[in-house]
Design a binder for this molecule. Structure first.
Ligand code: AQP
Length: 330
């Protein structure tokens, strides 16, 4: 059965970008294979974060996962740090990715661009090693990601090929990435040339924003000169971003979205986009609040970590054995 794995870092308030690029699709994967969805809390430590904020973000993310329609009976939902094999495999795999290739990673370059060398942690630099460990531990065939994470799946593939060439074809399973057709990169509403991102909250819609705040943010989103509504990422990034949001939420193509808004003025266009976002997020927020208040997510995470750990242990043992670590239980 196809194994599908995805995760989100609990680094901040989740955005509409995280929802459209990741969360919204999670429940559909349940019909396509065996699904593993985790909270990447070790990855969240790669940039400074307050311990209480990290803990609360982790609770929030668990509740968001469940609110998105994931069924814990079908999907293994867990916290990365609760499955020690992630860190153990990381300790082995870090020897098979090299400084040159890690320093070429776009995410590393972007996140470290404004930091002094003395403040850049090794974890930020070695992020792709841990992400590769996350993926291969579950023999994942498919990793659904937004555009920005494709490079990390590609470097995982390089690593798998390298390991398999050296230690035998069956050491690790080669994963493929899967990008959404529409909505792989939702941009900031105040600067549609940069990605909507939880650690750079300017121009973001947060999943926890009250609906009237969401409406206000969309009504004041940057649009472009002219008054026509069509898709042109280069010359009309603001309008194109709003069209992408609409098309992703309505699950239609960009062409269909453009056709729908023919003859609209910018004001009415934004009004309808705002209502569409609210119609989607309002019931989602209600479910999230109920789950968070009930605390039911804790048992889901405990069970998920137990199941994940059993599967991960098998891969870890296989790799330990392949690279020559002595198993004293043999
Ligand atoms: N703007 C976006 N548009 C579409 N998809 C997005 N994703 C994130 N932002 C957008 C997708 O959400 C998933 C979770 O991502 P992550 O938390 O592991 O890291 P990220 O991609 O770096 O997300 P952020 O929000 O930008 O986090 P920070 O600011 O902490 O780095 C991924 O599938 C991602 O593609």
């Amino acid at each position: 059965m196809t194994r599908i794995l995805s995760g989100i870092k609990p680094t901040g308030n989740l955005t509409l970008g995280n929802y459209i690029g990741a969360l919204k699709h999670f429940k559909d994967f349940q019909e396509q294979g065996e699904v593993f969805i985790f909270i990447a809390d070790l990855h969240a430590l790669t940039l400074p974060i307050d311990p209480e904020v990290l803990r609360q973000n982790t609770r929030d993310l668990a509740a968001f996962y469940l609110a998105s329609g994931l069924d814990p009976e079908k999907t293994t939902i867990f916290v990365q740090s609760a499955v020690p094999q992630h860190a153990e495999l990381n300790a082995i795999l870090q020897n098979y990715l090299y400084m040159g290739e890690l320093s070429r990673m776009t995410q590393f370059k972007e996140k470290s661009a404004h930091m002094k060398d003395s403040a850049i942690g090794l974890g930020l630099f070695a992020y792709p090693v841990l992400m590769a460990s996350d993926i291969v531990l579950y023999d994942a065939d498919i990793v659904p990601v937004g555009e920005d994470q494709v490079q990390h799946v590609e470097i995982t593939r390089d690593l798998v090929n390298r390991m398999n060439k050296r230690y035998g074809e069956k050491t690790l399973v080669l994963p493929n990435y899967k990008i959404n057709k529409v909505g792989a990169r939702i941009m900031s509403l105040s600067d549609p040339t940069v990605k909507m991102s939880k650690s750079d909250p300017k121009g973001d819609i947060f999943l926890k924003d009250p609906v009237e705040v969401i409406r206000k943010k969309i009504m004041s989103a940057v649009t472009d000169s002219g008054s026509e509504i069509y898709y042109d990422k280069e010359n009309k990034p603001g309008v194109s971003n709003l069209l992408t949001i609409y098309a992703s939420l309505k699950e239609i193509s960009i062409e269909e979205a453009v056709a729908h808004f023919q003859g609209y003025r910018y004001g009415d266009f934004k009004k309808e986009i705002a209502q569409t976002v609210i119609d989607e997020l309002e019931p989602f927020q209600k479910r999230y609040q109920e789950i968070l208040a009930s605390g039911s997510y804790l048992e889901v995470l405990r069970k998920g970590a137990k199941k994940a750990s059993q599967i991960a242990e098998k891969t870890l043992k296989r790799v330990q054995n392949a690279v020559g670590l002595l198993d004293t239980d043999e």
